[in-house]
Design a protein around this ligand. Sequence first.
Ligand code: FAD
Length: 289
Amino acid sequence: MKLDQILGKDKITLSFEVFPPKTDANYDSVEKAAFGVAKLNPSYMSVTYGAGGSTRSNTVKIAGGIQNRYGVTTIAHLTCVGASRADIRNALGEMKAAGIENVLALRGDKPKDFEGDPFTDFHYASELVSEIKACGDFCVGGACYPEGHVDSVNKKEDILNLKKKVDAGCEFLTTQMFFDNNIFYNFLYRIREAGINVPVIPGIMPITRANQVVNAVKLSGCNVPERFKSIVDRFGGEPAAMQQAGIAYATDQIIDLIANGINNIHVYSMNKAEVAAGIQSNLSEIVKC
Ligand code: FAD
């Protein structure tokens, strides 16, 4: 099913993200973990993609497997960094053959070991969106950054660039993680003012290990509220307690978002079925998948 038939309606949706195996050696264990999340029967699932195409066929295999075995609609991520037009067309052909109808179009970041110019046929995600739209009947989404993308000069420029991506055919946007909902509400107000009217899905990252915070901040530059820092300070050294507190914090964020009229929620569940299940169970009377 195409995601535009699932999103932007009155129904509340809860979706989960998984990642594919980086190598064939750990394929079975990673697939098992991703399928464990699929068994929870979320509204849909997204499967990430290794920038540079390193895990391309694994993304397609995992996404196709989730749809065929569990009947859960998937969206496959696709990055254009280091990719030629022919690479992208091949990737889309593989997705089509696997029955995948939804693609999250991303620029990606230059892989560490990449030599040469990684941006030849494509420079920005908006160009990838246009290519996907020209290549087939896919529902296309894109990424957005409530705190601004790290490469952008300022938030205003970033929103103007986001508008180009939507104008190229992007039908919905999923946000980078954030830990303070006011940042999201402010962003939503600014992009609506800029004429971006597609559904915007907040991406919620349940932090269940103290060192995840360091990685999250390094990766995205996102703001960590004092309330959240206290949780990490108090429970960071006790894995089970930290997981419970991280799930509770993410649940709290989600309930506040839904209470404020946001119907589509995406959880960065990172192949952890127990974390996805914890959130789903906390919301059992609020979200009926
Ligand atoms: P773009 O939309 O192209 O934006 C990148 C930068 O370029 C921004 O600063 C933007 O303002 C600027 N820009 C855009 N268009 C123009 C223009 N026309 N002129 C000038 N400047 C412009 N990475 C992976 O490798 N694999 C994944 O599976 C993956 N999934 C993700 C999912 C989500 C929801 C998010 C938020 C990120 C994900 N990423 C993933 C990370 C993403 O690839 C990086 O954040 C990357 O740096 C930017 O990708 P983008 O698609 O947002 O780029």
